[in-house]
Write a protein that binds this ligand. Structure first.
Ligand code: SF4
Length: 697
């Protein structure tokens, strides 16, 4: 951090990493970011974590794609790692016209043979344009993005049971809560600024109940730490709810006024006495009962969850349990109460809101509803498109293998690193006869591209993003993109025109205005307002800063009632056996974000965490004869990787924790593609694995 002499301009924008959505001031000199400071945004009040403060310099990295690239006729086979310092062996530079023409030629007129992955790293306007491009341009709904890999099951359960996919309360509301549950989430590493509010909550006496198979950092602040057996979430949560029913701790008045299906839930819970569930979930019955009493008898309680809840084949059931728990205690719709799935990427909330989902148009309006489709096609001045739900991320890869999808447009996503059972995804990408990748680097996915369109980083863009709190915020360009790289919305428009669409947008504000026509969530939120301040949706008037807590007077469901959906215990898909005796779980680290394409090119972050690694309990390492820092081989039914072992007492002796940011030890070579039947989210959090020492050569 320096003083004003160190920079010649400062621009207010939003951090490019996690869903907390911290507002930042970017200090710029000679078109380079000098440093970043936190400012007083609604989600961060000046705070930043290490990624926000020090992770910006990836945008100036030498590996940025600065010109459109076209695969050479004599290039080696698709999928071989492209050396970013020697990409000329694979690609040649092209003009924008040549690259866009080639990109469009391989897509247009191919209808259902085309699918698209948009990006939660882009703005709301860019996400909206992307889903419109696929729907209007190709007549179907085969468009998805990384929400499928993070909170699709949470969103399914929320829409099913409370009628809306967003959080019911901001995380800052914890300051009004008496008790909070954080389950399947590791905010200290993944939502660090949100975690500071959680810690402050405990300092003023709030009861924090942490539930996770890993002893995540928040345990140090917890009243109760429930380190339950992986995959036993439903058993544990049902046992807690059983206690609430058995001891009459539920809020009958609230249940009568605002919910339905309570009797079925109550009857279902009879079989889940804590004494019967304690072995299955690994938590003593008395602890389960104590947690039930603490949560149910508190005046106000909140529930936060992360991908430890959602990334299971029973991810939707996990979320259904959390929703039921909050509803039966009346912990929704008042200050200090609510349901909050902590969103991962900076704009995964906004990209989902904007319709980058195969079953929903913007604002979660169903593609199967004729009236909804016609409202959109009227605005788009185009013909109707398919009323069938489209394919999801993993289904699209299967359809490529089946020969049904032959061309893809991938904007800012990296399925060659992020998909489960990633060799299956990589083989699919290699099979495509046309792949357009729009990105800022030659990612692992771009290794398979026919055309690479050089895009912009967030700090080079104009647009809006929506954070985990439903706060819509403006991002502004601090620097110009390098070389001939362009903003993503501009590239989308140019590609659409070449695919025959009459798109005439000249600025993201025009896209925002179009979005607002059919998105009730944007009522009273205008571009001009957002230029001055963040607004939380829903906003009830042009002056209303927005509703931090929603559903105080009923839910957007029939008769205004939320629903209890009982959940039964389903075993994980890939359970340990003699050959694969341990449990593998994957996740993020504080310093690295998602597939690492950005943070591993950020100097400070890479210096702190430079090497692929995994964590095991010290007793497990001893048993296997492995020293901390030694190399180990992890093998599942899908494949094998070698990485460095770390000792970590937070990991149970029967588990391995593996970050997924490292291409040299790609975690998703190991993970299971089995999906939750509702949210269609893969089971990243549970695979049977074998661990072996690797002898030094
Ligand atoms: Fe950025 Fe998230 Fe860190 Fe805030 S908490 S600075 S949004 S990575």
């Amino acid at each position: 951090v320096g003083d004003s002499a160190d920079y010649d301009s400062e621009v207010e924008s939003v951090c490019a990493f996690c869903g907390v959505g911290c507002q930042i001031s970017i200090k710029v000199k000679d078109n380079r970011v000098k440093y970043v400071e936190g400012i007083n945004g609604p989600a961060n009040e000046g705070r930043l974590c290490v990624k926000g403060r020090f992770g910006y310099d990836y945008i100036h990295h030498q590996h940025r794609v600065t010109k459109p690239l076209i695969r050479r006729d004599d290039a080696p086979e698709k999928g071989l790692n492209v050396n970013p310092d020697n990409w000329q062996e694979f690609f040649r530079e092209a003009s924008w016209d040549e690259a866009l023409d080639l990109a469009a030629d391989g897509l247009k007129g191919r209808g259902r043979e085309v699918a698209g992955f948009g990006s939660a790293k882009c703005t709301n306007e860019e996400a909206y344009l992307f889903q419109k491009f696929i729907r209007q341009g190709f007549g179907h709904n085969n468009v998805d993005h990384c929400t499928r890999l993070c909170h699709a099951s949470s969103v399914f359960a929320l829409i099913e049971n409370v009628g809306s996919g967003g959080v019911t309360a901001t995380f800052n509301e914890i300051e009004n809560a008496d008790v909070a549950i954080v389950i399947g989430a590791n905010p200290i590493e993944n939502h660090p600024v949100a975690a500071t509010y959680f810690k402050q909550f405990t300092k003023r006496g709030g009861k924090l109940i942490v539930m996770d198979p890993r002893g995540v950092g928040l345990r140090r602040f917890a009243t109760h730490m429930l380190q339950f057996r992986p995959g036993a979430d439903v058993a544990m949560l049902n046992a807690i709810m059983h206690t609430i029913v058995e001891e009459g701790l539920y809020d009958q008045q609230y249940i009568d006024a605002y919910t339905e299906n309570w009797e079925a839930e109550k009857a279902h819970l009879k079989d889940f006495a804590p004494e019967k569930m304690e072995d299955l979930c690994g938590i003593p019955a008395e602890t389960l009962r104590a947690v039930a009493r603490d949560f149910a008898t508190a005046k106000s309680g909140m529930i936060f969850w992360g991908m430890g809840v959602s990334q299971h084949i029973h991810g939707t059931d996990n979320s259904r349990c959390l929703i039921s728990l909050a509803l039966m205690c009346g912990h929704v719709g008042r200050p200090g109460t609510g349901l909050h799935p902590l969103r991962g990427q900076n704009n995964v909330q906004g990209a989902s809101d904007a319709g980058l989902i195969p079953m929903f148009l913007p604002d979660y309006q169903s593609v199967t509803d004729d009236g909804v489709r016609s409202a959109f096609t009227e605005v788009w001045k185009s013909e109707d498109f398919s009323n069938e739900k489209g394919l999801t991320v993993t289904e699209i890869m299967d359809a490529v293998h089946d020969g049904d999808i032959k061309a893809m447009y991938i904007l800012g996503e990296n399925p060659a690193m992020s998909d489960p059972d990633v060799e299956h995804a990589r083989d699919a990408l290699a099979k495509l006869d046309h792949l357009v990748v729009q990105d800022i680097f030659i990612t692992e996915t771009a290794n398979y591209a026919d055309v690479i369109l050089p895009a912009s980083a967030l700090y080079e863009k104009t647009g809006t993003v929506s954070n985990t709190n439903r706060q819509v915020q403006m991002v502004r360009p601090a620097v110009t993109p390098p070389g001939e790289a362009r903003e993503d919305w501009w590239i989308e428009v140019e590609l659409a025109k070449r695919c025959g669409l009459d798109w005439r947008y000249t600025h993201p504000r025009e896209v925002f205005a179009e979005m607002a026509i059919n998105m009730a969530s944007l009522n009273n939120i205008t571009w001009e307002r957002l230029e001055k301040t963040a607004v939380t949706y829903p906003s009830l008037s042009p002056e209303d800063p927005g509703q931090a807590v929603v559903f105080g007077d009923g839910f957007p469901r029939p008769e205004g009632r939320a629903k209890f959906t009982p959940a039964s215990v389903i075993a994980p898909d890939d359970t340990p056996d003699a050959e694969f005796p341990m449990i593998l779980t994957t996740g993020r680290q504080l310093e690295h974000w998602h597939t690492g394409s950005m943070t591993r090119r950020a100097r400070v972050l890479d210096a702190v965490e430079p090497e692929a690694n995994c964590s095991l309990h010290p007793s497990t390492l001893r048993k296997l004869g492995i020293e901390p820092g030694g190399m180990i081989r992890l093998t599942t039914k899908r494949g094998s990787i070698v990485t460095m072992a770390r000792a970590d007492r937070a990991v149970s002796p029967d588990m391995v924790f593996l970050p997924f940011a490292y291409v040299e030890a790609a975690a998703n070579i190991l993970t299971n593609a089995a999906i939750d039947p509702y949210g269609k989210i893969p089971e990243f959090k549970f695979s049977a694995v074998r661990v072996e020492p690797v002898s030094e050569q």
